[in-house]
Design a protein around this ligand. Structure first.
Ligand SMILES: *Cc1c(COP(=O)(O)O)cnc(C)c1O
Length: 375
């Protein structure tokens, strides 16, 4: 039997490993020249816009909100289907996340529902490019302009994706990327905020380092009790090596996703995701199981796939049904699509190092497990 196929795995090349070794020998490990180089390379990728890195996209999103002055008394519109960080960061600033449902197949925020959710307290909207399928940014920005809202893009999964021929990150308001090992490029852990006025970029720098600036070689000032979220040079070095490979990674993901669609061209036994267009980066291939017609649970499906040597992920439970959000008054039935996705979604293997025959191996296993499981 062939080896276990995980649902994702990072690809680190030997050149990057050699460069990391050089950084480790250099005597400078924390934020230094490599961080500056990584930020410059990301900025170049994003059409010259300002870029500041953080230790995670969670920190990036939180700092982006804080840099916009969002806090207690404010509301931020967030999709109910995303990684929980999208809402947690809003709560952490003291503001209130206002959830909105998503489309079942694109899993993008419902923009009409977002408009209906706007109140006099709404300060920002946070669209999430889930699975790397860009949301309709033109409509989001038109809405933001009409209601004078900030747009904080959760682009954690969108590195390498484009919207109408424009790279995600190259336009818009504030755009936040993740470099977690599961994302399309990694810096081990890491994130970045793209965009912002010069004052906001300054605020991002303060938030990631104690609210502190150096005024002279022997003098510094602390303006507020800031946190600590600066990237290391080791991480930035990994990120630089990954950014070099981004184009190839994305092409490979697109080819593998196309293969899944080809193998399930007629009568797929489960609900396939929206195909999107050429700008989709295929961060994930997440399908919906026909649970109501199955004799086994999703957990049993995952176990049956594991027994066949295939790893399956779950991205994500609906955010509003976590106890942290039920405690704020949320309940079942509020956002039917997000809840259904939360119950039925499974993520199939998709990562650049997969072999050409792996999608067929996955599809054969899924078909067999489902054939057995149908009522
Ligand atoms: C991964 C992810 C985050 C958080 O990124 P980290 O770098 O792990 O903090 C936020 N939002 C979405 C949609 C994500 O997928």
């Amino acid at each position: 039997m062939s080896s276990f196929l995980p649902f994702t795995r990072p690809s680190i090349d030997e050149q990057t490993i050699a460069e990391v070794a050089e950084v480790l020998r250099s005597g400078w490990l924390a934020s230094g020249p490599k961080v500056a180089q990584f930020e410059a390379a990301l900025s170049q990728y994003c059409g010259g816009r300002p870029v500041r890195t953080q230790t995670s996209a969670t920190a990036s999103l939180e700092h982006a909100l804080l840099a916009c002055g969002i806090g207690a008394g404010d509301e931020v519109i967030v999709p109910a289907m995303s990684f929980v960080a999208s809402a947690n960061v809003v709560v952490r600033t003291g503001a209130r996340p206002v959830f909105v449902d998503v489309d079942l197949d694109t899993r993008s925020i419902d923009i009409d529902a977002a408009e209906a959710a706007i109140s006099p307290r709404t300060r920002a909207i946070m669209p999430v490019h889930l699975s790397g399928l860009p949301v309709d940014l033109d409509r989001i920005h038109a809405l933001a302009t009409r209601y004078r809202l900030r747009v904080i893009e959760d682009a954690a999964q969108a590195m390498g994706a484009s919207y109408r021929g424009r790279r995600i990150g190259s336009s818009g308001d504030l755009v936040c990327f993740s470099f977690h090992p599961n994302k399309n490029i990694t810096s081990i852990e890491g994130g970045a905020v793209v965009g912002g006025s010069s004052e906001e970029v300054r605020a991002l720098e303060l938030h990631r380092f104690h609210g502190q600036v150096r005024l002279a070689p022997d003098q510094c000032e602390t303006y507020f009790a800031g946190g600590k979220a600066n990237l290391t040079d080791v991480a930035a070095c990994v990120g630089l090596g990954q950014l070099r490979q981004l184009e190839g990674f994305t092409a490979r993901r697109r080819a593998l996703a196309a293969r899944y669609f080809e193998l399930w061209a007629d009568a797929p036994p489960l609900r396939l995701p929206a195909r999107g267009d050429a700008g989709h980066n295929w961060h994930m291939f997440a399908v919906l199981l026909p649970l109501e017609r199955m004799r086994i649970s999703r957990a049993e499906f995952i176990a049956a796939m594991a027994a066949r040597g295939i790893g399956i992920g779950v991205h994500y439970p609906a955010i509003h049904l976590f106890s942290a959000y039920r405690a704020l008054g949320h309940h079942d039935g509020e956002f039917p699509n997000a809840e259904r996705i939360g119950r039925e979604t499974v993520t199939l293997p998709l990562f650049p190092a997969m072999s050409d025959s792996d999608p067929e191996r996955v599809v054969t296993a899924v078909n067999a497990v489902l054939r057995e499981a149908m009522r």
